[in-house]
Design a protein around this ligand. Structure first.
Ligand code: FES
Length: 323
């Protein structure tokens, strides 16, 4: 797997702590004692871990304290192995390679109010945002939905935060009085009010469709998926034409575009390989992509001038790629 970004950073796990059932906190510091690069709320890092896995994790500490990075990892035995490796093979004192922070989920400037909606481990970027918004005196509310109190990472930190009065917990097994009232929270969209959401896909689909149904504009909606659902059957194959060389490469039904290009010596940088990070973004000069990513906005997808070849395919028989 290649990342195509700046040279990585070597960090040491200064602390590894249980945060909640199946969720561990990793506190990372530079191995040479230098400060780590600054980041803004919503940023994530790629973590290279034992077994050759690379995974993205949002930074959850206050961006004002970038001498260390904090990530929280939910152990997912049904996942692709990265989170299990972090839980079972990475210990306090171990060294890891990470990327520089990148941010595809930034806070909008000039907001009058921010509504943060977290589902489960999706709390991580939103916790970072809440700390940043509180530090700069901006208005916000954080709604945090989780299955139960025991599965709620950062419960204590949030309960004792200076902004605790702006945090609302919603437990699936709690009384009906504390259930998330999406329609009530989203209500009518107001100018300069921005919505940020992160969590499992079903949760985010519910939040975003409710917001869109209530008339929120796309510019007011900010979201970051951390796991795409498996793509449906790839159907028939298609071909891509490489604009710089004129080469035509066949993409078989069971092959991603990235894999087919790599088999012909054309490396496209990748990271998540699930259509959520944007690393593999490639220009499309002709043809119609079949977008399967969760990264581009509906408008960006509709313009059909770029696509994410780690997961997306083609509706037309051929795509001309700006490579
Ligand atoms: Fe992450 Fe393609 S590699 S979107």
């Amino acid at each position: 797997m290649t990342t195509g970004h700046q040279a990585g950073l070597r960090v040491r796990v200064a602390r590894k702590l249980p945060l909640a059932v199946d969720i561990a906190l990793f506190e990372l510091v530079s191995v040479d004692g230098a400060s780590l690069p600054a980041f803004s709320a919503g940023a994530h890092i790629d973590v290279s871990m034992p077994g050759g896995h690379t995974r993205q994790y949002s930074l959850c500490n206050d961006p004002a304290r970038a001498q260390r990075y904090e990530i929280a990892v939910l152990k997912d035995p049904q996942g692709r192995g990265g989170s299990v490796a972090m839980h079972e093979q990475v210990q306090q004192g171990d060294e890891l390679s990470i990327s520089h922070p990148r941010n595809h989920f930034e806070l909008a400037s000039g907001a009058q109010e921010s509504v943060l909606l977290a589902g489960g481990i999706g709390i991580t970027p939103l916790l970072c945002m809440a700390q940043s918004l509180a530090a700069s005196g901006q208005s916000f509310v954080l709604h945090y939905c989780s299955r139960s109190e025991g599965r709620t990472a950062f419960r204590e930190r949030l309960a004792h935060a200076p902004f605790a009065d702006r945090v609302r917990f919603h437990f699936d097994d709690g009384p009906a009085s504390q259930a998330l009232d999406l329609a009530g929270i989203l209500g009518k969209p107001r100018p300069r009010v921005h919505l940020y959401t992160c969590g499992p896909q079903g949760f985010m689909d519910a939040v975003l469709s409710s917001a869109r149904g209530s008339g929120w504009a796309q510019e007011q909606l900010h979201y970051e998926f951390f796991k795409a659902e498996p793509a449906p059957s790839a159907g028939t194959g298609f071909e891509v034409l490489i604009a710089s060389s004129g080469r035509v490469i066949r993409i078989e039904p069971d092959q991603t575009v990235v894999a087919a290009l790599a088999a012909h010596g054309i490396e496209v940088p990748t990271s998540c390989e699930q259509g959520v990070c944007g690393t593999c973004m490639t220009g499309v000069l002709d043809g119609e992509p079949e977008h399967r990513d969760l990264y581009l906005s509906p408008q960006e997808q509709a313009s059909n001038d770029q696509f994410l070849p780690c997961c997306s395919r083609a509706k037309s028989a051929r795509l001309v790629l700006d490579l």
